[in-house]
Design a binder for this molecule. Structure first.
Ligand code: J81
Length: 283
């Protein structure tokens, strides 16, 4: 059965749109695992907290310092891009996405990355202590990295953010958000029939809803045996930050009796939910 999650990845996503020479906006989101902790919209001067524990174990002073660094960065980034576009003769509109991540590893170590995409394709990343063009990036990416690599101050700041600040922030978040991160909510499940796929056949639908965290395993079984042809939908969010999943199976009407839907989830321990298809059900 799915194990409770024990490692969490921190992800920061920046989306910057440049419509023309004067209109631009930048929005930033921050996630720990499947929980969004930060939002920083273009209209706002400061990073918004979405959880009471979003500051982790950082002091006011530490948070102020980080916020100030990010404010300077956002202003400089916009100005830099306008200049790069001129220097490289690129055309508007353009979309830049920056993603950064930090994973805590055993023995107090961590792994971080920072990469940038231009018009949806990777163009460069930060490796060790320098900017590196992505494989298959357009030729101007070399020129851009060369220019970025001349700024020692920025390289040091990026290195400090990736290797000191984010890992420390994430450690504090795991501590302060422990109860919410380790929350377990049991699913409920029910069966229904969908539109018959063809005459003489039934579409059996198993709905599973209200569970947390996200990993779940739902199968149609006959006895202990998994039925081939099970179709799993995407795990969808409910409004109350739990999850929903539906799993369907198309069978000949005469074969439906004896089938059941089995749900395994970390909140249930070994007590799987098993729902038996009622052969007399009217579809
Ligand atoms: C055209 C297509 C481009 C696509 C990809 C673009 C990727 C850009 C990646 N580079 C950046 O994100 C950095 C942008 C800003 C940076 O270039 C500097 O302008 C900026 C300010 O630096 C100046 O002041 C600093 C002190 O405040 C230092 O003195 C520095 O030497 C000096 O040049 N740098 C910063 O704001 C540093 C923080 C970067 C944090 C990045 C986190 C994502």
């Amino acid at each position: 059965s799915p194990e409770p999650q024990t490692s969490y990845s921190f992800r920061g996503l920046q989306i910057s749109s440049f419509a023309n020479r004067s209109w631009t906006r930048t929005d930033v989101l921050g996630w720990l695992g499947e929980l969004q902790l930060y939002t920083w919209r273009n209209e706002s001067d400061t990073v918004g907290f979405l959880k009471p524990w979003s500051q982790g174990t950082f002091s006011e002073q530490q948070w102020e310092q980080l916020q100030h660094t990010l404010q300077v960065y956002r202003r400089s980034f916009t100005r830099d891009i306008w200049e790069f576009v001129k220097m490289l003769h690129l055309d508007y509109p353009l979309e830049i996405q920056i993603s950064l991540g930090c994973d805590l590893l055993p023995r107090n170590t961590s792994e971080s990355f920072l990469r940038a995409a231009f018009q949806g394709k990777d163009v460069l990343s930060f490796q060790g202590m320098s900017w590196v063009p992505a494989p298959d990036a357009p030729p101007w990416s070399q020129e851009l990295c060369k220019k970025l690599n001349q700024d020692q101050g920025t390289k040091e700041t990026v290195h400090w953010l990736l290797h000191d600040v984010w890992p420390e922030l994430v450690r504090g978040l795991l501590q302060m958000g422990k109860s919410e991160l380790e929350k377990q909510v049991k699913p409920e499940a029910w069966l229904s029939s969908g539109p018959p796929p063809r005459p003489g056949h039934l579409r059996l639908v198993c709905h599973v809803s209200g569970f947390y965290p996200k990993p779940v395993r739902v199968t149609w079984v006959r006895g202990e045996q998994e039925e081939p042809g099970t179709q799993q939908g995407d795990v969808m969010p409910n409004a109350d930050s739990t999850w929903y999943l539906r799993v369907t199976l198309d069978v000949e009407a005469a074969e439906a009796a004896g089938l059941s839907c089995r749900v395994k989830h970390s909140s249930l321990g070994d007590q799987d939910i098993i729902l038996y298809w009622d052969g007399n059900r009217v579809s």
